[in-house]
Design a protein around this ligand. Structure first.
Ligand SMILES: *[C@@H]1O[C@H](CO)[C@@H](O)[C@H](O)[C@H]1NC(C)=O
Ligand SMILES: *[C@@H]1O[C@H](CO)[C@@H](O)[C@H](O)[C@H]1NC(C)=O
Ligand SMILES: *[C@@H]1O[C@H](CO)[C@@H](O)[C@H](O)[C@H]1NC(C)=O
Ligand SMILES: *[C@@H]1O[C@H](CO)[C@@H](O)[C@H](O)[C@H]1NC(C)=O
Ligand SMILES: *[C@@H]1O[C@H](CO)[C@@H](O)[C@H](O)[C@H]1NC(C)=O
Ligand SMILES: *[C@@H]1O[C@H](CO)[C@@H](O)[C@H](O)[C@H]1NC(C)=O
Ligand SMILES: *[C@@H]1O[C@H](CO)[C@@H](O)[C@H](O)[C@H]1NC(C)=O
Ligand SMILES: *[C@@H]1O[C@H](CO)[C@@H](O)[C@H](O)[C@H]1NC(C)=O
Ligand SMILES: *[C@@H]1O[C@H](CO)[C@@H](O)[C@H](O)[C@H]1NC(C)=O
Ligand SMILES: *[C@@H]1O[C@H](CO)[C@@H](O)[C@H](O)[C@H]1NC(C)=O
Length: 528
């Protein structure tokens, strides 16, 4: 009987410790897949499980606020209809998602008649570059990463099944903004929005580096939700506000592009405002800038593909010259403070492969922008840059990426929500209900201590009687427990292999008063 009561108390303590620790959320570090994918370069992706049972797909993080409220997964049509001749297509495209094999797939409420559940992709920005597509939408469960690491499972996430070659790889949208179906009134929470809302990450923020295949050894991408990995970038003092235009939030000013060959003139000399977008591969720059590149490095313009190719001679010359390109970045509109992101030629040394071309072809990832709305710094740039975006403070940073060896462990730092929000949460955390919970916990701890004391007293009484020893004073431990609870309003608990959790106990007179009264009652109830 008494034993049962103990366990109840113990359970209660654990529940409360977990409950309270819910306020202390750590960032999620999503491990990269150990593959390099793409038909226009080598890109590092992240494994996500979709559906029930989970189907593993590899997705490219999508940084754009407007287009990335949903997850994009390549579906069977992407291989069967669009790339029927592509060898090993499902693997090349990062695996396919088959909704008919998932018991949790649902299209309830979004069937739009004739077309089933087909909507155009929300590519407000990318559409300007000609990158559009349609998606077959629905809801399903996702798990961030593979089973094993302690990563959350989210129910009812909006997924778009894609098949277009405009987006060869699926995308893990990082926007916190909800997605709006034209036929639904309710906005549908995005993945980041869901994580934030369920307090699974400290704040609506993320940090991302695309990874660099050209490094020796290659360095995979890095993705942190609710924080950043301090081991992956060189901090600078610059922070940029989000652009007013919500769909071009990560807008910076590109003030110059130079390269380190003596006597060379800048490739870009007057600053432009340019949008950073991870789902675009190339750098979309003014025509004059592209022409400067082409002329300096003997690139060949291919009008049919609207892209720059390199023959072996030009490539060899570039390898010999081995230029380092310096991108000077400041606040959009032209801030005085700048930082520079440095890309070696190797970052631009990419190949086009099937299905874009029949035979592997060297190209230079540069596109001619027709006007300023097309200026884009794509993923090529993000190989050498580390992006941190904080949607609660509405600011972001662009830093030089570091490429630590795999023996260097990550250093994940949480991005806390802005102060007033935090304080508000704190005070809510100690609202009446929770204080009651904490009081019960404290009571329980105290009661356990008393019980332990009682037990020991009896035990030692027996021993003392046997041994005739007078050494042990039973009062001490009990007093100590009480003193700790009174004087120190933080205690540390170690729970089942979890990290140490700091638990704050209420300091208010009232709470302490109640706790004493309660503990008396409990002690009384437990009476020996
Ligand atoms: C696939 O290959 C077949 C035979 O080589 C060819 O007829 C067909 O046009 C190809 N389809 C595509 C989409 O390239
Ligand atoms: C699921 O759909 C795919 C392609 O759409 C099809 O090949 C497969 O046979 C279907 N599986 C089941 C169990 O219906
Ligand atoms: C999307 O679907 C619409 C209607 O079927 C079609 O007109 C349009 O061309 C499709 N867009 C793409 C990019 O395939
Ligand atoms: C969806 O609508 C909500 C308001 O209803 C808005 O805040 C949000 O930005 C919209 N999402 C997108 C992706 O436009
Ligand atoms: C958080 O979730 C609740 C319950 O599902 C919902 O009512 C609320 O609108 C969500 N808030 C945000 C910011 O998504
Ligand atoms: C950042 O600013 C601090 C103080 O203003 C300065 O000491 C430091 O050198 C700066 N760091 C960089 C990388 O500019
Ligand atoms: C470009 O090609 C021309 C001949 O085609 C050659 O003379 C020149 O040296 C090349 N320039 C560079 C920078 O490789
Ligand atoms: C590009 O393809 C060539 C063969 O055409 C190959 O030698 C080279 O290693 C490839 N480069 C990259 C970066 O994959
Ligand atoms: C910019 O150029 C693109 C492609 O030519 C075009 O679709 C778009 O309408 C242009 N935008 C503006 C603002 O002129
Ligand atoms: C956003 O602004 C805050 C406060 O000024 C600053 O501490 C933080 O570093 C900024 N975040 C980013 C990602 O630049």
């Amino acid at each position: 009987m008494r034993c049962q009561f103990f366990w109840l108390l113990l359970g209660r303590i654990f529940i409360n410790v977990r409950f309270i620790s819910g306020g202390i959320t750590t960032p999620l570090s999503i491990p990269p897949s150990l593959y390099w994918d793409g038909d226009d370069g080598w890109w590092s992706k992240f494994q996500i499980q979709v559906g029930t049972p989970g189907q593993t797909v590899r997705l490219l993080p999508g940084t754009s606020a407007s287009a990335r409220s949903t997850l994009w997964v390549v579906i069977s049509e992407g291989c069967a209809d669009v790339d029927p001749n592509l060898t090993n297509c499902p693997n090349e495209r990062g695996y396919l998602f088959q909704s008919n094999l998932s018991s949790t797939w649902s299209t309830q409420g979004i069937q739009n008649g004739i077309d089933g559940v087909i909507f155009s992709l929300n590519t407000f920005e990318e559409g300007v570059l000609g990158l559009t597509g349609n998606g077959s939408y629905g809801y399903d469960t996702i798990r961030l990463g593979l089973p094993g690491p302690n990563l959350p499972i989210l129910q009812k996430q909006v997924l778009a099944g894609i098949w277009t070659d405009n987006y060869f790889l699926g995308s893990l949208g990082l926007s916190p903004v909800p997605f709006n179906f034209t036929i639904l009134d309710d906005p549908q929470p995005s993945m980041l929005g869901t994580l934030r809302n369920q307090s699974l990450i400290p704040s609506a923020s993320w940090a991302y580096a695309a990874g660099a295949h050209y490094q020796d050894p290659p360095v995979y991408g890095s993705l942190t939700l609710g924080g950043y990995d301090a081991s992956r970038f060189e901090p600078n003092n610059l922070t940029f506000p989000f652009a007013v235009d919500f769909s071009r939030d990560l807008l910076v000013s590109l003030q110059s592009i130079t390269y380190d060959t003596i006597g060379s003139s800048p490739l870009l000399a007057s600053s432009i405002d340019i949008f950073i977008d991870s789902l675009v591969t190339e750098l979309w720059l003014p025509v004059a800038v592209c022409e400067a590149f082409a002329q300096q490095f003997n690139l060949t313009w291919n009008a049919q593909g609207q892209l720059y190719l390199l023959d072996e001679m030009a490539h060899t010359a570039l390898l010999v010259q081995n230029p380092t390109f310096i991108f000077t970045i400041g606040q959009a509109g032209g801030g005085a403070d700048t930082t520079s992101i440095v890309l070696p030629y190797a970052a631009f040394d990419l190949n086009l492969t099937s299905p874009i071309v029949g035979d592997t072809t060297r190209y230079f990832p540069l596109k001619q922008a027709q006007n300023s709305s097309q200026y884009t710094l794509g993923r090529t740039f993000l190989q050498a840059a580390y992006l941190i975006a904080d949607y609660e403070r509405r600011n972001f940073s662009v830093s030089r990426a570091l490429f630590p060896s795999t023996s260097v462990s990550e250093n994940i730092i949480a991005i806390q929500p802005p102060r007033d929000d935090l304080q508000e949460k704190e005070s809510r955390r100690f609202s009446r209900g929770k204080i009651a919970g904490i009081v019960i916990s404290v009571t329980a701890i105290f009661a356990l201590a008393i019980a332990a004391v009682t037990f020991w007293r009896r035990f030692f009484k027996v021993r003392r009687q046997a041994a005739g020893s007078e050494r042990i004073s039973m009062k001490e431990p009990a007093t100590k427990v009480k003193a700790d609870a009174e004087l120190d309003n933080t205690n540390t608990y170690q729970l089942e292999g979890q990290q140490t959790i700091k638990v704050e106990l209420p300091v208010s007179e009232h709470a302490l008063e109640r706790y004493e009264i309660d503990s008396n009652v409990r002690v009384h109830e437990m009476g020996t």
